[in-house]
Design a protein around this ligand. Structure first.
Ligand code: AMP
Ligand code: ZN
Length: 142
């Protein structure tokens, strides 16, 4: 499965260069050209899927295994003290390339990076439970 205008499909096909880290039948890991922290890598399925909810479990499993491998390589090879694994879906969530990808970002105590993580609060316990119930109902519907 491939989308003609998809930049990551074109990378998989070798039409656009990338700095490859490893690949197997289903998965490709390569360097992000715009690293949040140097060593930032991307892990993608070779087949085109988007968003995350469209990825079959049989593809998701090797994808996440590859994410773990890259994270270990960042620990061993770069001395990463922490790792961020990020996966954006939809423009509103900050996704620019519409082919499922996991960002694997090595973190260091002195890297100077801060996420704009801005936690909110539920109005009250009832509001929290209302959200949870809507999710539980959706989860119960296959
Ligand atoms: P997202 O915003 O989650 O869609 O992230 C897309 C990521 O793809 C960004 O971090 C880009 O730096 C990266 N990217 C875009 N084009 C390339 C490319 N040709 N090679 C490597 N990374 C790329
Ligand atoms: Zn694609």
């Amino acid at each position: 499965m491939r989308e003609p205008d998809c930049i990551f499909c074109r990378i998989v096909a070798g039409e656009i260069p990338c700095t490859r880290l490893f690949e197997d039948e289903q998965v490709l890991a390569f360097m992000d050209i715009g690293p949040i922290i140097k060593g930032h890598a991307l892990v993608i399925p070779k087949a085109h899927y988007d968003p995350i909810t469209a990825v079959p479990p049989a593809v998701l499993a090797p994808l996440l295994t590859a994410v773990q491998r890259v994270a270990r390589a960042q620990q061993v090879g770069l001395g990463a003290e922490g790792i961020n694994v990020i996966q954006n879906n939809g423009a509103v969530a900050g996704q620019a390339v519409k082919h499922v990808h996991f960002h694997v970002i090595p973190r260091f105590a002195a890297d100077g990076h801060h996420w704009n993580w801005n936690p909110k609060a539920y109005r009250d316990e009832i509001e929290l439970q209302t959200f949870a119930e809507r999710l539980r109902q959706a989860l119960a519907t296959p």
